[in-house]
Ligand binder design. Sequence first.
Ligand code: FNR
Length: 398
Amino acid sequence: MINEKRRRVIKSLTAGSALAGIAGQSILSKALAAETPHAIYTDGYSAGTEVKRLLLNDLIEIEGMASKIIPAGGFGYISGGAGDEWTLHENRTAFGRKQIIPRVLTGKGPVDLKSQIFGIPLTSPIIVPPIGSHGLAHISAEAGTAMGAAAAGTIMGVSTVSTLNLEQVAAASNSPKWFQLYMMQDIGFSRELLQRAKAAGYKAIVLTVDTTATGNREADARNHFKFPLQFGNLTSGGAGGSIQQLNSAFAITIDPKVIEFAIKETGLPVIVKGIEHPDDARIAIDAGAAAIQVSNHGGRQLDGSPATFTVLPSIAKAVNRRVPIIFDSGIRRGQDVFKAIASGADVVGLGRPVIYGLSLGGWMGVQSVFELINKELAMVMQLAGAETIEDIKHIALA
Ligand code: FNR
């Protein structure tokens, strides 16, 4: 039985949206209507329910806006970093140490943001990285993000610890998705997740290698945060569905054999996510990685590790264009995207702002976030003298 409040929410989420061509609407209502334990909040938790376009000035202030919608415990979990949050802040500060030297007499323009990775066309070089538990932010959870990503013409990474299960997210839109694997101690269950992802049509595997333990996120302790949701993928598997069961389920050692395992089990491109050292990039490529994701998990894992922007040039040198480089952690502005690409990235991941957009406006909020950062990137390219994404790689930073 769906209660009346839930029925109203589902109706408001699915009514009147201009989603022609996107399969999400009926899937979303089915996903939300399903009487699955993970779709129901405990402890009186209530996330965003509105679906609307957002009027945004920038992707910094959106954090404060989202803090008024997402309950304190969930907001602390999403916004926080590990330990002193030095790395979290350094991810932003590092961009300020490099400047773009514009070229103004090259006759370039108009700007074209189009990009691609593994032959998948993208509206711009900005994608959604895997983020757990979108249900903390909005009742549509990952189905909303999938619809927003589809509307924005981009790829969505879907976490092992998503709120909806990977099949529900796959069905929520027709746009391409990558499944992110946290390698589990239970190899059989890891294999099952990979096989389910392949069967559900995921186009690549993102293998996250920086989480052999969960970072020390002190905001969660301060807020006495108890996860109000289960994880859709884990309820039937050996890992169980709660955060407590999950923390002891992750593999505690990771080596190149894990990369080979993910390739062998799926035959899909495997992106190795969480690289900060050039030697790890080399090892990953030697093991068959199809791409490297330079990431420090948005400052949520090893506090005191460098900003990803600081280490990107040395990793780009080691990779030497053998495979694409995806970059994330700290991207908030079009000029950050530009600087990352000028430093060797091919595509970037935009993390928390997507979740904030989801909380404030559901799938339309996600779309609004992409529209804003794409607009900023186009403006930076125009003023810096880069007509295409490839041109950005030839603009000097100082
Ligand atoms: C993450 N990230 C993440 N990464 C991953 O591989 N699997 C996961 O389940 C999660 N979960 C997750 C939850 C939350 C709340 C956040 C904020 C982040 C990391 C994510 O993929 C990405 O690396 C960062 O979000 C990028 O940093 P910014 O853009 O948030 O600064």
